[in-house]
Design a protein around this ligand. Structure first.
Ligand code: AMP
Length: 125
């Protein structure tokens, strides 16, 4: 079920549990601002989620409330993961779902990085 992106942060969400080490994950990158790990249900040969370490529900919440350092650290982490995976030359896709129409399911901001194949048109018609 898609979430309501205006809800308060729920520290029992699955990515909060991953950040606390309560649920295992396949980490590909970690720094003080972000954690990146493989999606449990990959939609492409490369499908990694990058999440900020702070408690933000969505891109909306993060862009409104996070500090400049948190935003810079998170954005740089997304770029680093894609670069380190060799995705820049063939290209890749970033996706951040927000709320109901965005079909966001986990209420902790995450950017999907998809790569390893031709992604095709932007959205299904
Ligand atoms: P979204 O619809 O943007 O909220 O996507 C949530 C994503 O989280 C989906 O692609 C799920 O496959 C992924 N996901 C859910 N639980 C886990 C988990 N425990 N480890 C890794 N990925 C997960």
């Amino acid at each position: 079920m898609p979430i309501d992106a205006t809800q308060p942060y729920d520290d029992q969400n699955v990515f909060a549990k991953i950040l606390r080490g309560e649920i295992p994950n396949k980490t590909v990158y970690e720094d003080q601002w972000a954690l990146a790990f493989h999606d449990i249900n990959p939609q492409a040969p490369f499908h990694v989620l990058v999440i900020p370490k702070g408690p933000y529900v969505s891109w909306d919440d993060f862009s409104a409330k996070a500090s400049a350092d948190e935003i810079a650290g998170f954005v740089r982490a997304v770029g680093t993961v894609a670069r380190d995976a060799g995705l820049v030359e063939p290209g890749y896709r970033l996706l951040a779902n927000v709320g109901q129409h965005g079909h966001q399911e986990v209420p902790h901001l995450h950017v999907h990085i998809f790569g390893g194949r031709q992604m095709g048109a932007m959205l299904p018609r």
